[in-house]
Design a protein around this ligand. Sequence first.
Ligand code: ADE
Length: 415
Amino acid sequence: MSENQIRDIALAPTGHAKINWVKNHMPILNQLEKEFMASLPFRGKKVAICLHLEAKTAYLAKVVQAGGAEVAVAASNPLSTQDDVVAALVEDGITAFAWHGATTEEYTAHLNALANFKPDLFIDDGGDLTSLLHSQYPQYLANIIGGCEETTTGIIRLRSMANDGALKIPMIAVNDALSKYFFDNRYGTGQSVWDAIMRNTNLVVAGKTAVVIGYGWCGKGVAMRAKGLGAKVIVCEVDPIKSIEALMDGFQVMPMVEAAPLGDFFVTVTGNKAVISEEHFKVMKNKAIMANAGHFDVEIDKAALEKLANSHQETKPNIEGYQMNDGRILYLMGEGRLVNLACGDGHPAEIMDLTFALQALSLVYLLQHSDLPAAVHSVDKSIDHRVAQLKLTALDIAIDQLTEEQTIYLNSWQL
Ligand code: ADE
């Protein structure tokens, strides 16, 4: 067994408390845990998990372990790791390679350690583990049954790999399941981003201007919740269809260069690089606050910000102030990393319950379909529906069923 690489095992007690709290709010995973304990679907298998290492992820790792797996974890972002949660996992027999604030070298070493765990199955978030396994450890790929990918950014990378003929294992695109992006991307991101901004800034949102850059499912959630908090919302988009959607959802739409001088809060959610850049920093208001909610810390051009500023310092935890020559100060949250995880606890437990149930059941699916070709696969519809149904059952909500005549009517085509 590999040596754990963690901050401090003595932190475990608060980690256990956090995991127990979310466990009490994740009924779908509770149900799967019970089933897995009885059927042991992962018996004899090694499962690597590369996700944001906070309490909900920890509970997922424990559910997979309850299904008979040997589990190892590493972080998918150096700032989202909660050291007490990781310590609790280690106390519970899960191998961990992660600590909060890991340098790029340490983060890479942790990922390498996870690859060297030689998993049979894995879960990735953003594609770093998948990319590392393919580029540095091709000798391990033959033994890998498959993997699951959590996020939009990771799936974009997977499709690039597949297009280049570089993808050598089956990967399940968990992000693209309806029970994932309808809820996690929209309501999860919408709530957790504003939670992180508000708890760290302690400022009012009502009456201010919030600029949301990117109107995918995450951007829709961030804009919707900003409106709910009383902000005037501007959306910046490059896609004409999404731009019309934002307009009809009631938001102002304009190019970023026009929005830059108007915003009090800026949230990037595009998956692309430098969507806030030098030309925008130059015209932003004094005390504007910038946060990123996309997977990588590339959306806000930090290098350009540093170049423009005459100094910068931590104004308070999670908020860096950049002093401009003209006297303005611009604030960047969480070093431009995913604000909801770097400066908060990520999505609410009840939302991650859906996502992580999809992850757990997709791992079982991979085991049951070990002949899947090396490609990007959708989550099986039956899994998507089962997770949604389990959620309704947990909420004690009954819904109507089609009658036999209605089913026949929907399947008929003759005049
Ligand atoms: N918690 C664990 N993984 C997460 C994710 N991908 N997004 C938000 N919260 C999370």
